[in-house]
Design a protein around this ligand. Structure first.
Ligand code: CLF
Ligand code: SF4
Length: 298
């Protein structure tokens, strides 16, 4: 609440439903899926569905071009007075497909200068764009960080695509790790609020996330959101022939409790879809599919 936060931070979080537990009762977010390309491979991902780092997989999200997305945001803003945040959160990586992400945010900002712009990314491409963020009025960035030890990373990321080349194995995870740490530092330097998402994968990074929690706190992250892996057959399981289970609710809670004293935890995440609309836990996306959005909106 306002009593335990610097005023400039409170200004940024008071109406952001993910950054403030209280705000999520009153303020809505929406996502637009405009950037479907991704520069890494997570073992738990299936590109056909949403980026599992931020979103609930299982149903194909509506893919839009920036102009369509902007029209949709304005149509939603006209109907949903609680709307306070526009996020780009998959499928794919918002910082890799930067042209589309930037174009979408720029179009929306011109017409709705008060909406908060929110970005979710794996961080690999982010350092190249941090200087754009301030100009674009982006105050909130989510980085998905599943490890701070590249050895652990080798069990999660089979490859990354970086500087025109595919990298595999330990080298891939080392590069990803360095870029994620660099992203944390650059965002902190610029005063951009950072939320770190981690996907808890039993037997792979579950114990390790305690270390991740400590390090992201040291590097200035405002919140840490530990999300349970949602095990899904359509992930096309690459963890092993038996597949990969998600954690139980008790396992998740145990890890969250063990993080006491580290980075503050977000505990109200609802693992939204990449085209979600409405209050957290509410999905009004079906009311605003592109065929229902008027050609002319203002
Ligand atoms: Fe969307 Fe993510 Fe921004 Fe929120 S969601 S881009 S920070 S506006 Fe929120 Fe949804 Fe959890 Fe994400 S509840 S999945 S944490
Ligand atoms: Fe899939 Fe998201 Fe990972 Fe990219 S970052 S591979 S879209 S889960």
């Amino acid at each position: 609440g306002p009593s335990d936060m610097a005023p400039e931070i409170w200004e940024k979080v008071k109406d952001h439903p993910c950054y403030s537990e209280e705000a999520h009762h009153y303020f809505a977010r929406m996502h637009v899926a405009v950037a479907p390309a991704c520069n890494i491979q997570c073992n738990y991902c299936n590109r056909k569905y949403d980026c599992a780092n931020e979103s609930r997989p299982g149903v194909v999200s509506e893919r839009l071009d920036p102009e369509q997305a902007a029209r949709k945001v304005i149509a939603v803003a006209n109907e949903v007075p609680q709307l306070s945040v526009l996020g780009i959160a998959g499928p794919g990586d918002s910082a890799y497909d930067w042209r589309k992400t930037k174009e979408t945010f720029d179009l929306v900002y011109k017409q709705l200068p008060d909406i908060k712009l929110c970005l979710s990314t794996n961080g690999l491409a982010l350092p190249d764009h941090v200087d754009d963020l301030l100009e674009m009025n982006i105050d909130h960035v989510t980085l998905t960080i599943n490890m701070i030890d590249p050895e652990v990373g080798t069990k999660i990321y089979p490859w990354i695509f970086y500087q025109h080349k595919r990298h595999t194995g330990l080298e891939a995870s080392k590069i990803l790790h360095e870029r994620q740490m660099q992203s944390l530092d650059l965002l902190a330097e610029r005063g951009i609020l950072v939320k770190v998402n981690s996907v808890m994968i039993p037997g792979i990074n579950d114990k390790h996330l305690l270390e991740v929690n400590k390090v992201v706190k040291e590097k200035g992250a405002f919140l840490h959101n530990i999300m349970p892996l949602i095990s899904a057959p359509e992930h096309g399981t690459v963890f092993g022939l038996e597949g990969q289970r998600g954690p139980t609710a008790a396992e998740l809670k145990e890890l969250q409790d063990a993080c006491a004293g580290g980075a503050n935890l977000m505990r109200h995440c609802r693992q939204c879809r990449a085209d979600a609309v409405g209050l957290l836990g509410e999905d009004r996306g079906q009311e605003f599919t592109m065929d229902l959005v008027p050609e002319e909106v203002s």
